[in-house]
Ligand binder design. Structure first.
Ligand code: ATP
Ligand code: MG
Length: 319
C-alpha cells in the first residue's frame, strides 16, 4: 500500500481549496493507502503569530479535518511528535543555504528582518515527509518546489551516509488541483493573503458563501467556457462546481448561458458540500478531538522513531 502524507498549517481557517485540493483526495484514498495527516503547528510559527490564536486554530483545523472524513487513526499535531524537530536539524546539516534561499515563499515573504525559521521551514517539511517513509505526497502546485527540495536532501543524505530515507514522489489530485481566489483568479485561494471575499471558509454560513460566490470576479466576455487562460474567473467557478458535483468542468460549461446562472449553481453546490461537514463539526466534543490528536501522535511514533534512529546512526551520532 502506498504511504501518503498531507499537512495543514493552522495559520487561518480551512477553506474550499484545502477541501478540494487536499482533504477530499485523502479521504477518497482511505481504503487503498496508508495515509498520515498532521496539523503543522510548528510551521505556523515561521511568521509572527499569536499563541492563543494558534492554539484555537489548531483545534479548529483538527475538528474540521475529522468532520471532513480524515481517518483519525493516523492524525496528530506535529509538535506532539518531537522526531519532526530532531530530523529537521539532521537534515539542515546536509542542506545548502542557496537551496533554502531559492524557495519562492522565502523570496516573496523573506527579508533581513524575517525569522530564520522562514528560511529553514522547507527543511522541516522535508523532515515531515521523510520521517514516515512516505512514497507519495499529494501536492497542489504551490508545494511542488518544496517536494523537490525534499527529494534533493534525501538523495544527498542517502549518498553521503548510506541509504536511510525513502525518496518520495508527488502525486496530483485529479479534479480541482488548485482552487483560485474568487476576488483574484490569478492567485490561489489561501488561508493567508486572500482578497476580502476571495476565500470560502468551510465554516462560512450559507448566506456568506452565496454572497462571496455572487461577487466572484469574472470577465466581460459573457460566454461560459472552460478556458483557464482567457477566462480564469469563469474557469475557477467551473472547477469548483465540477469538484462539488463530481462533474467535468468542460461539460458543465455547456449547460449555462450566463454568469449569474453559473454562480447560482456554484453557490448551491458549495453550500451542499460544506453543510454535512459543518453539522459533524458542531457535534464534536473538543476533549475527543484532543484525545484523537494525542492517540495519533503515539501511533505515529512507531514509524517516526525508527527513521530518526537510522538517520542518527548513519550521520555519526552515538547510540
Ligand atoms: P497558507 O496560506 O497558510 O499557506 P494554505 O491555504 O495554502 O495556507 P496549507 O495549510 O498551506 O493551506 O495547505 C494545506 C493543503 O491544502 C496542501 O496540501 C495544499 O496543497 C492544499 N491547498 C492549499 N490551498 C489550495 C488551493 N487553493 N487549491 C487546492 N489545494 C490547496
Ligand atoms: Mg500553503
Amino acid at each position: 500500500m502506498p504511504r501518503l502524507l498531507t499537512a495543514f498549517k493552522p495559520t487561518g481557517h480551512l477553506h474550499l481549496g484545502n477541501l478540494i485540493g487536499a482533504v477530499r483526495p485523502i479521504a477518497a484514498r482511505r481504503q487503498d493507502s496508508d495515509t498520515t495527516v498532521f496539523i503543522a503547528d510548528l510551521h505556523a510559527m515561521t511568521v509572527q503569530h499569536d499563541p492563543t490564536t494558534l492554539r484555537a486554530l489548531t483545534m479548529e483545523c483538527a475538528g474540521l479535518l475529522l468532520a471532513s472524513g480524515v481517518d483519525p487513526s493516523c492524525f496528530y499535531a506535529q509538535s506532539h511528535l518531537p522526531e519532526h524537530t530532531e530530523l529537521h536539524y539532521l537534515l539542515e546539516c546536509v542542506t545548502h543555504y542557496g537551496e533554502a534561499h531559492r524557495m519562492i515563499q522565502f523570496k516573496e515573504k523573506g527579508g533581513t528582518g524575517s525569522r530564520i525559521s522562514l528560511l529553514t521551514y522547507p527543511v522541516l517539511m522535508a523532515a515531515d515527509i521523510l520521517l514516515h517513509d512516505t512514497d507519495q505526497v499529494p501536492v497542489g502546485e504551490d508545494q511542488l518546489q518544496h517536494l523537490e527540495l525534499t527529494r534533493t536532501v534525501a538523495q544527498r543524505f542517502n549518498s553521503l551516509y548510506g541509504t536511510t530515507f525513502t525518496v518520495p514522489v508527488g502525486v496530483a489530485p485529479l479534479v480541482g488541483a488548485r482552487i483560485m481566489d474568487l476576488g483574484d483568479p490569478n492567485r490561489k485561494m489561501g488561508k493567508t493573503g486572500a482578497t476580502d471575499h476571495g476565500s470560502i471558509q468551510l465554516l462560512d454560513p450559507p448566506d456568506v458563501i452565496r454572497r462571496k460566490v455572487m461577487r466572484a470576479v469574472t470577465d466581460t466576455l459573457g460566454v461560459v467556457r472552460f478556458a483557464p487562460e482567457e477566462q480564469p474567473g469563469v474557469a475557477n467557478l467551473l472547477t469548483i462546481l465540477a469538484a462539488c458535483t463530481s462533474g467535468d468542468p468542460r461539460e458543465l460549461a455547456g449547460t449555462f448561458t450566463g454568469y449569474g446562472e453559473l454562480k447560482a449553481a456554484v453557490a448551491d453546490a458549495v453550500v451542499a458540500t460544506v453543510a454535512p461537514i459543518q453539522e459533524r463539526y458542531a457535534a464534536l466534543d473538543p476533549s475527543d478531538v484532543r484525545q484523537a490528536l494525542l492517540g495519533g501522535a503515539k501511533r505515529a511514533r512507531d514509524t517516526a522513531y525508527p527513521t530518526v534512529s537510522r538517520a542518527r546512526a548513519a550521520i555519526g551520532l552515538l547510540d
